[in-house]
Ligand binder design. Structure first.
Ligand code: NAD
Length: 360
């Protein structure tokens, strides 16, 4: 079967790691017709906008995309192309596996967990009021009236809202994911002891959803600060974590750090109808065009994509090939060598070549 997939190369190192991933995916033999679409700096130059409508339309049509990282210009009023894509396509679940591969330096052994982060609301919804503006002062007065609490007039305000609807669907997604991928336990992470009406609702809704999976998946609860400590001390105790947006962002980076860092951390943004796969790392502009950075995160994002489109066997073969190359430690990029100046390290495309050569 021919799969039609949107490919967004991205900015900075994006085109290099995207090319490496595309070559590895194609080498599995899975038939893919790629539709290339642009977003980020190229799109800004060509069309005067960071996220052209044609790019969104391509993803909507094909239902699956893989994208390289995209620069977020600082202070230009545009929040982030990545956040815009997630919102526009309602990709409400961010899925970030954190797995130890032999050959990748880490303080730990045997971590294999997945962080599932709610992607659509919480403090990331972008509802903000700047310090000093009349509407901010009015809002502060209104809040004081209703809450009976004082807020300094020179405050900026960011709104945190968490709904029953979004909580229900993300926790259900986490349980369904756990069932599909033979995971045993879902841990819901929150700060409901302090934020009773937002995190409290997330937790309460999560508990209700968990009843539907009783006897099949273990359900646990953890307070986010304690979770951070537990993950550093005993990451092996965790399997599938489900979190609201902000905690999910922080904890998923923590988990990427546990298993060896950004170079090997893949991700996916999934909705009910479509999905966009991308590495956790950004566009690392200082390495642009040097054929130097690690393609593993992007290739493993490709592995997640292959599983999503039903090509599980090809996904397993590609993951095995990545494992081989990592554990051998020979044809790997500088960041995977014990000494980052090791002259035997290879470039981005050469590491991809080694992975392709291992594909069985
Ligand atoms: P970054 O992830 O781009 O880079 C931070 C550092 O991590 C790099 O300097 C490099 O040392 C290392 N690194 C990252 N990817 C690597 C790889 N594949 N191999 C080896 N080392 C790697 O983070 P940043 O510098 O904070 O962000 C740069 C730009 O990327 C910003 O504009 C940011 O908004 C954007 N960004 C985009 C995404 C996305 O598209 N999903 C995610 C994060 C950041």
């Amino acid at each position: 079967m021919m799969h039609k997939i949107t490919l967004i190369p991205g900015d900075g190192i994006g085109p290099e790691v995207s090319l490496a991933a595309k070559r590895c995916i194609e080498a599995t033999g899975v038939k893919i017709s790629w539709e290339e679409a642009i977003a980020g700096e190229d799109a800004l130059k060509k069309y005067g906008e960071l996220l052209p409508r044609a790019t969104l339309e391509s993803i909507k049509k094909n239902k699956v995309a893989i994208k390289g990282p995209i620069v977020t210009p600082i202070g230009e009023g545009f929040r982030s192309v990545n956040v815009a894509i997630r919102h526009a396509l309602d990709l409400y679940a961010s899925v970030r596996p954190a797995k130890i591969y032999r050959g990748v330096r880490s303080l730990y052994k045997d971590i294999d967990l997945v962080v599932i982060r709610e992607n659509s609301e919480d403090l990331y919804a972008g509802i903000e009021f700047e310090e000093g503006r009349p509407e901010s002062k009015n809002l502060i007065k209104e809040i004081e009236k209703y809450s009976n609490k004082k807020i300094r007039l020179d405050s900026g305000i960011s709104i945190k809202s968490i709904s029953r609807y979004a909580s229900e669907r993300i926790v259900r997604f986490a349980f369904e994911y756990a069932l599909k991928f033979n995971r045993k336990k879902v841990t819901i992470v929150h700060k409901a002891n302090i934020m009773k009406f937002t995190d409290g609702l997330f937790l309460k809704t999560g508990r209700e959803v968990a009843k539907d999976y009783k006897d099949r998946i273990i359900f646990e609860e953890a307070i986010v600060d304690n979770m951070a400590m537990q993950l550093v001390q005993k990451p092996q105790n965790y399997d599938c974590l489900v979190l609201p947006n902000l905690y999910g962002d922080i904890i998923s980076d923590l988990c990427a750090g546990l298993v060896g860092g950004l170079g090997v951390a893949p991700g996916a943004n999934i909705g009910n109808e479509m999905a966009v796969f991308e590495a956790v790392h950004g566009s690392a502009p200082k390495y642009k065009g040097l054929n130097k950075v690690n393609p593993t995160a992007m290739i493993l994002s490709g592995v997640l994509m292959l599983r999503y489109i039903g090509e599980g066997k090809a996904a397993d073969r590609l993951e095995e090939a990545v494992k081989e190359v990592l554990s051998e430690g020979k044809f790997v990029t500088y960041d995977l060598k014990a000494d980052r100046n090791d002259p035997t390290s290879v470039g981005t495309q050469e590491m991809a070549d080694a992975i392709i050569a291992e594909l069985k």
